[in-house]
Design a protein around this ligand. Structure first.
Ligand code: ADP
Ligand code: MG
Length: 292
């Protein structure tokens, strides 16, 4: 492409709310074969709500919520914020947790009111030796609805199953359809539960899913998805997405995302509307067509 055609393409993209930080990306994007997207905050709003709380026999719901929310108020995870918000709406007074520890991709632990509290994904409880089989049916049912099941343990005993749901952005489905009409495959990468991820992917018409990816594993997930000879564009918003944005052939950051994601990207979308991903690819194709 000539410098002039790149300038014209970059200008056209800017009108559509797409910032090409590198002219090279404008040339690479047209030959993408697959677009992989982060789920939370990219395809979804990134604002989960607590939807379900079921306590195990012998446990008191309000007490469990108090202990769990008291622990989660020390975490910055969107899931933690959803739990604390829910406790607040029920006017449940919170306590300070001691020995708070967050394990990315697993969950949180600490001591509240002298009780050892653990909240997190199934793998976090399994790792701690807490039996969760009695909630397996509930967990599956919740996940099939696209909700993320979490578990809480008190002093090593399973106490509750909690579900949070993160609404899909209203424009995400149309954005995926647009990518399909441009002839691309679409994949989703997430740290969330396998069943939940598949339920969300089905609602969106997504072709491939890589779930239960630890924050440190996104780069490997991208390499595996790309396989041999495929060009991959990755779309993400979070701190965890920065290495993946750098690894992808074209990294596309959602402008509503974190500064680190934006700095690691080749392309930045001004809004959270993912239909701009298809626009960016279309501009890339048109730019290169004009100079032939
Ligand atoms: P994602 O943002 O895609 O959900 P994360 O790696 O941040 O990925 O989290 C993966 C999973 O770890 C979550 O779906 C949840 O099950 C668990 N988890 C992480 N942090 C917390 C927390 N503060 N409270 C409860 N569960 C958590
Ligand atoms: Mg995200």
């Amino acid at each position: 492409a000539t410098p002039t055609s790149i300038m014209v393409g970059t200008g056209r993209a800017a009108e559509l709310g797409i910032l090409f930080r590198k002219g090279e990306a404008l040339q690479t994007l047209r030959s993408a074969d697959i677009v992989a997207l982060d789920k939370t905050g990219t395809l979804t709003m990134g604002q989960p709500e607590l939807t379900d709380l079921v306590v195990a026999p012998g446990f008191d719901e309000a007490e469990i919520l108090k202990l769990v929310a008291s622990l989660e108020q020390h975490s910055e995870h969107p899931i933690a914020e959803a739990i604390v918000r829910h406790a607040n709406t029920r006017s449940i007074g919170l306590m300070t947790a001691a020995d708070f520890d967050a394990d990315p991709g697993f969950g949180v632990t600490g001591v509240v009111d002298g009780r050892k509290v653990l909240v997190g994904a199934d793998r976090a409880l399994q790792r701690a030796g807490v039996e969760i089989a009695s909630f397996a049916d509930q967990a599956l049912g919740l996940a099939q609805l696209g909700k993320s099941p979490l578990f809480a343990a008190l002093d090593g005993q399973l106490a509750a199953i909690i579900a949070v749901a993160d609404p899909i952005k209203p424009t995400s489905r149309a954005a995926i359809e647009r990518l399909h009409s441009l002839g691309l495959r679409v994949a989703m990468i997430t740290g969330d539960n396998e069943k939940t991820a598949h339920a969300v992917a089905r609602q969106l018409g997504i072709d491939e899913v890589v779930a239960e990816v630890l924050p440190s594993g996104k780069v490997d997930a991208i390499k595996a998805l790309r396989g041999a000879g495929r060009r991959l564009a990755f779309v993400g918003d979070g701190i965890n997405d920065a290495p993946a944005l750098a690894e992808a052939d074209v990294g596309i950051a959602v402008g509503t995302g974190t500064d680190i994601a934006i700095e690691s990207a080749d392309v930045v979308l001004m809004s959270g509307d993912l239909r701009a991903v298809g626009d960016a690819i279309a501009v890339s194709k048109a730019t290169l067509r004009n100079i032939k």
